[in-house]
Design a binder for this molecule. Structure first.
Ligand code: G6P
Length: 368
């Protein structure tokens, strides 16, 4: 029962801990069938094969999920992908190429700006709308051509947690299904991408063991008024999401940045009073990230590093380091979301805020 808190203090905490199950449930049919286009509807294979472009529209955390998906879809299909904030897209004037796949991501399926953006897209060209939603009978699911339902279960905490990670999972499956329809990956590459999903619920479960350590980080973080979150590649949108969580529930001014963009502005803010939370993966951009971190450390910024194994080069000079149990390859953005959620959660608890109902915010924004 979603309303039963059990031994948890807050719904948000409960929902963080439900993620292994929420992800496993979302993946159930995928693991039986593979990342098949048919998971999105009977017409999906043809539409995926012929789409000239993908446009993702969403708000809030759902928008961040869309930003991650761009990296996967571009890399695996070569398709042009754009990601738009729904409230901006609806007032832009551009046309859409016929056949464009509009991916509308929404936990609730009732966000007013998102619905308006979807309807506006239909007026700009002969597009097809794929809804990615957590609520089966919502306005979004009713008005879409293709559908994938995330199986997060009811989410009560205003700050999205399990809905966000299940959206990421669904988008990963979408990227693989697009690649399958368009035959842009070899069978073995596709197998590897799909195979990684089998381990995901266990990887996510292992992250929950870091909760106590992140509570210690939170104790420190709760004394600051500002924070920067950094990442690169698929971890850049995760930095945005980490910053959003911290400001939403702990009321600490936080900004997420692509680490390479640091020198174009935020570096001016860095001194010993600036905590910098960094997500690092052992990928081809690690060396670049390390040099970004050196710039921060030279200015006495306090680096809190969340690193996959293999990122030892980034450890030197960091104020705190937490190493993930294992590397998760292309699924790193899913896995690294959890420590950021736990960090925001514990920081909010230490500050005594109303975690599940942060001031001025609503779970679902059904007016413009
Ligand atoms: C509100 C919620 C966020 C959510 C956003 C988009 O701002 O507080 O958690 O990400 O709406 O909602 P949706 O239901 O469209 O995903």
């Amino acid at each position: 029962d979603a309303a039963d808190l059990g031994h948890f203090r807050h719904y948000m905490q409960k929902e963080i801990f439900e993620q292994p199950t929420a992800i496993a449930n979302t993946l159930q049919r995928v693991l039986e069938l593979g990342c098949k286009p048919a998971l999105f509807g009977p017409e999906a294979d043809t539409l995926f094969a012929n789409a000239p472009a993908v446009r993702i529209v969403a708000c809030g955390s759902s928008y961040h999920a869309g930003l991650v998906a761009r990296y996967w879809i571009e890399e695996w299909t070569g398709l042009p992908v754009s990601v738009d904030i729904a409230s901006e897209y609806r007032y832009r004037k551009g046309r859409e190429q016929d056949g464009t796949l509009i991916v509308a991501i929404s936990q609730s399926g009732e966000t007013a700006d998102l619905l308006a953006a979807m309807r506006s897209a239909r007026e700009r060209g002969d597009v097809k709308v794929l809804a990615l939603c957590n609520v089966p009978h919502s306005t979004l699911t009713r008005e879409s051509d293709l559908l994938f339902l995330t199986q997060a279960g009811q989410e009560i905490g205003v700050a999205s947690t399990k809905a966000f990670t299940t959206q990421l999972v669904a988008l990963y499956v979408l990227a693989a299904a697009l690649a399958q329809s368009r035959q842009t990956l070899s069978a073995s590459a596709l197998d590897e991408i799909v195979g990684a999903l089998h381990r995901l619920p266990v990887l996510v479960e292992e992250m929950l063991a870091l909760d106590g350590e992140l509570d210690k980080w939170a104790h420190e973080l709760s004394h600051y008024n500002h924070a920067l979150f950094l990442g690169r590649h698929t971890l850049f949108p995760i930095a945005l999401e980490g910053a959003l969580k911290l400001k939403e529930i702990a009321y600490i001014h936080a900004e997420g940045y692509a680490a390479g963009e640091l020198k174009h502005g935020p570096l001016a803010l860095v001194d010993e009073n600036m905590p910098i939370i960094v997500c690092a993966a052992a990928d081809e951009l690690l060396e670049k990230l390390v040099s970004n971190l050196r710039e921060v450390e030279a200015r006495s910024g306090k680096v809190f590093l969340l690193a996959e194994p293999g990122c030892e080069a980034a450890h030197d000079g960091a104020h705190r380091v937490l190493t993930m149990p294992v590397a998760s390859g292309p699924l790193a953005p899913v896995v690294l979301t959890l420590p950021l959620q736990m960090l925001a959660y514990h920081t909010a608890c230490r500050k005594g805020t109303d975690v599940d109902k942060p001031r001025n915010l609503a779970k679902s924004v059904t007016v413009e």
